[in-house]
Design a protein around this ligand. Structure first.
Ligand code: SF4
Ligand code: SF4
Length: 409
């Protein structure tokens, strides 16, 4: 895609506008499990319902597949896009003549390790597609940004002809669900993600940033893996929930809205949907459903935070009292904590809002410290990165007593 040079940064100009039928079409396709043949057929059906793979790519064009690789995690943990979905997408778009690559910038660790542990490298090697270089990035101007006018993005996401986004259906501490809109956060280079959390100390601003990022990158198509979803303490430590569905759309706001309807969550509680509609990324109301009936997938027992007003978002400029007595906070279960230090490393604020009380010598990698770290809730901005990435599922988000009372009333 062309970049128009302008001083220190560049203007990013997408060459292809994704097909955007009105109303926005979302295809739902039943898929009972990750059997390779079944997933292949289901992905083919979903693409056909939107007009076929050839609608999204011309022969010889370069497509970047962007799975959810939050961290390297075995497929059965349901943290990442399943390899069977990844393989099916590769095969359908390769048959349409696309030159494919894939990649993501995980929240923790490198792309190569995360991809290998999640089972995607093996599939990519078998199918003969290269991993894109997610180590290079550059800064581009985005004058149309509603909030963010300049992004630093991995070059692989800028230099491709188009992106196919492959989100995973999961809950999320900050935005309630992690979906199609949020999946592009992985196009921000590793360490800069924490910087965004530190800068956007409010869930509304964070959501606006995610919407702008999607408006900048404009993936051509979103295919969500909801065959086995994650409920509860997602996006890493939640529990499996069979939803048996794959979702397809060119509109990430419409797709995420449909996900809300599947799990009986009011879409207005998801800030990426609210601001996605407000900033013109997509629609939450003008949606055409095709494929299998939505009602056949609805699961009202899916565990997700449905409480109105109990936003688990960052507190912004809220007073210390409000922050500490109303806004949900991350809490460590000492019985589960292995003192691995991941939460301390990932915490984006300085000084750290979660740390080992006696200090921790990273230079010596002093893992002799076997006591759990401790949160300082005055410093904590409630970004929930520590909850998101704790490998032991030892951190949950809890509402303080006053917050529980207010949110019930
Ligand atoms: S990431 Fe989880 S297991 Fe590791 S130190 Fe923090 S709370 Fe303990
Ligand atoms: S302690 Fe956790 S929730 Fe608080 S700022 Fe650090 S990473 Fe974010």
């Amino acid at each position: 895609m062309p970049l128009v040079e302008s001083g220190a940064t560049s203007y990013y100009v997408p060459t292809v506008t994704p097909p955007s039928p009105s109303p926005s079409r979302v295809a739902l396709v039943r898929c009972a499990d990750y059997d390779s043949e079944r997933v292949h057929a289901a992905v083919g059906r979903g693409l056909d319902l939107l007009g076929g793979a050839n609608l999204f790519v011309a022969s010889g064009e370069r497509l970047l597949l962007k799975p959810n690789l939050l961290v390297g995690s075995a497929p059965e943990k349901l943290v990442t896009t399943h390899p069977a979905v990844f393989r099916a997408v590769i095969r359908h778009f390769a048959a349409a003549g696309a030159e494919l690559s894939y990649g993501d910038s995980p929240a923790f660790g490198g792309t190569t390790g995360a991809s290998r542990r999640s089972g995607l490298t093996e599939i990519a090697d078998q199918e003969g597609i290269p991993q894109a270089d997610f180590g290079e990035s550059r800064t581009v101007s985005f004058p149309d940004g509603g909030l963010i006018k300049q992004f630093t993005v991995v070059s692989a996401a800028l230099d491709t002809d188009g992106i196919i986004s492959l989100p995973k259906m999961k809950t999320h501490g900050l935005t309630r669900i992690t979906g199609a809109v949020k999946n592009q956060f992985g196009c921000i280079p590793g360490l800069l993600k924490g910087e965004f959390h530190a800068r956007m100390q409010n869930v509304d601003r964070f959501a606006q940033m995610l919407v702008d990022l999607n408006r900048l990158l404009r993936p051509r198509l979103y295919i969500m893996d909801g065959v086995m979803a994650m409920e509860g303490n997602g996006p890493r430590g939640g529990d499996p929930r069979q939803m048996s569905v794959l979702l397809f759309s060119t509109d990430p706001v419409a797709l995420d809205t449909v996900v809300c309807r599947l799990v009986d969550l009011n879409p207005t509680l998801v800030p990426t949907i609210t601001y996605g509609e407000a900033f013109g990324l997509g629609t939450a109301s003008d949606i055409e459903l095709v494929g299998d009936p939505l009602t056949s997938f609805v699961d009202k027992d899916f565990v997700v935070d449905r409480a109105p007003g109990s936003s688990t978002g960052g507190p912004g400029r809220l007073s210390r009292l409000t922050k500490n007595y109303v806004v949900p906070r991350p809490v460590i279960d000492a019985a589960l904590c292995t003192a691995c230090g991941t939460c301390v490393r990932i915490c984006p604020v300085e000084p750290k809002a979660v740390d080992f009380r006696d200090g921790y010598d990273w230079a010596e990698d002093n893992l002799a410290n076997d006591r759990p770290p401790v949160h300082d809730y005055d410093l904590c901005i409630r970004c929930y990165c520590c909850q998101e990435l704790c490998p032991e599922n030892a951190i949950t988000i809890r509402k303080p007593l006053l917050g529980r009372i207010i949110h019930r009333s």
